[in-house]
Design a protein around this ligand. Structure first.
Ligand SMILES: Nc1nc2c(ncn2[C@@H]2O[C@H](COP(=O)(O)OP(=O)(O)OP(=O)(O)O)[C@@H](O)[C@H]2O)c(=O)[nH]1
Ligand SMILES: [Zn+2]
Length: 196
């Protein structure tokens, strides 16, 4: 099994985030995943961790078709305050890539739900593995976390790869007129814990 180790740490001040994190790169990961590590204000507390999958449309351009942008900003605010790690994984479109995700959006405009659209393209509904995420945490010396998510698969996979989850902290519900069907599909078909 391939080892993941820390390659480099560099601190980068962020706009609208009151604490400066270290950006950490790694050796042995499948893609250029990064970790933003925020110091803990109280020694010995279990770190709050967000395992976040890349979404260019939502995070860079503010697409209203999903909830990724607000979730990322919420995670940064909470982790900056409480201490912990944001893992930013380069798994655009639940792993199918940006171009395929744009094709999937066309199909959703024709009535398919977010998972049917992937299947229609002969692609997996969700091809994300969180093995690298677990190994990155291990490389940072972290094996017990509080996990910020509504997605039970993330919890199950991280536990499977040896991370102890002390607590699940739910992410906010960022509903708008354009992402309702997407959020409903996640609840109905993937058991996401989103209270509408
Ligand atoms: N294929 C596809 N990917 C999407 C779509 N909408 C968002 N995504 C991707 O889904 C990923 C975010 O995953 P989600 O399932 O929304 O949330 P999650 O991160 O698994 O769960 P939480 O931890 O609760 O936020 C990002 O990589 C987005 O690019 C879509 O309609 N189709
Ligand atoms: Zn998104």
């Amino acid at each position: 099994m391939k080892m993941v180790t820390v390659r480099q740490r560099v601190d980068i001040p962020l706009q609208d985030v009151p604490v400066t994190p270290d950006f950490v790169s790694f050796e042995g990961v499948l893609k250029e995943h990064i970790a933003l590590v925020f110091p803990s204000p109280v020694a010995g507390t279990t770190p709050l961790v967000r395992v976040h999958s890349e979404c260019i449309t939502g995070e860079v351009f503010g697409s209203q078709l999903c909830d990724c942008g607000p979730q990322l900003r919420e995670a940064l605010a909470l982790i900056a305050r409480q201490g912990g790690v944001l893992l930013y994984l380069r798994q655009e479109g639940r792993g199918i890539g940006l171009y395929a995700k744009l094709q999937a959006y066309s199909l959703q405009k024709q009535g398919l739900d977010t998972f049917e659209a992937n299947r229609h393209l002969n692609l997996p509904e969700d091809s994300r593995s969180f093995e690298d995420a677990a190994k990155m945490l291990d490389a940072l010396g972290i094996n017990k976390i509080r996990l910020l998510t509504n997605n039970p698969d993330k919890q199950a996979q991280l536990e499977q790869y040896g991370i102890e989850i002390e607590d699940i902290v739910p992410t906010g519900v960022y509903l708008n007129p354009h992402n309702r069907r997407y959020l409903e599909a996640k609840v109905k078909l993937r058991d996401h814990k989103i209270a509408f």
